[in-house]
Design a protein around this ligand. Sequence first.
Ligand code: PDD
Length: 290
Amino acid sequence: MAEPLPICYLNGAWLPLREARISPLDRGFLFADGVYEVIPVYDGRPFRFAAHFDRLTRSLDGIRMRDPHERADWHAIVAELLQRNDATNAALYLQVTRGAEYGRNHAPFPDVPPTIFAFCSPLPDPSAATLERGIAAVTAIDTRWSRCDIKSVALLANVLLRDDATPSGAQETILLRDGLMMEGSSSTVHAVIDGVLVTPPNSERILPGTTRSVVEELADRVDLPRVTRPVTEAELRNAAEVWVASSGRPILPVTQLDGRAVGDGKPGPAWRKIWQAFLVYRNECAKLPW
Ligand code: PDD
């Protein structure tokens, strides 16, 4: 993993990331009482800025916090963070917690200033080998809470589920609940079934992914029929193609699932089309204001 870029934003200050400090009484630290976003940046330009900040506001609303900034202020913070780090292709991480009280109280005190933190890391494109071979994934029963639509920093279940993939060298864990495919430990999962791109509906059990809507728009561009409907575990295991999509590793084909080949074990034709369309779309976006 490449090192993060050196300058971070913390509560209005610009600091070397190595020197940034928060209180141990921060509710984010004590209770995981906060939310976050990961925003991909290509050519120095945030990708789907509005969608990420709409979701941030929605997540804050879900934990009964007001968005601490107007959109224009967020825009200025993001622009300055990218500029101070001379960032080109990066993953911008942004976190807002309910702040630090003097003590530990389950019930939050009103009017405590939030803690706002942002930094970025280099975001290389997937390697040629990954694009050629795809990735392996495993499945696991979804042990997360019932508000997965909130992008909460309480990620312990996601972390442990992702770790289930590690012993076999797989790179994602696809989560199953009540016999249905939900999503990955940190990605949206799409399946190609009978020539149709199938994506499970957003719900309180699934994070509304921003890359998901990109995939849907690109499917329309390349005339790939698509539908939003539940996907059963059996359908997942028999799908011709399975993809994982997220801001961190845009759209990757899963070619092995629980040690068995997905389709013919190679990235499928639908994924190849979507990947090309994604590269074109990303270039188009590079010229647009954000
Ligand atoms: N995760 N579902 C989960 C559980 C996720 O954590 C993510 C993203 C997604 C995809 O959302 P998006 O397309 O907006 O990135 C779906 C980020 C990248 C993370 O936690 O690092």
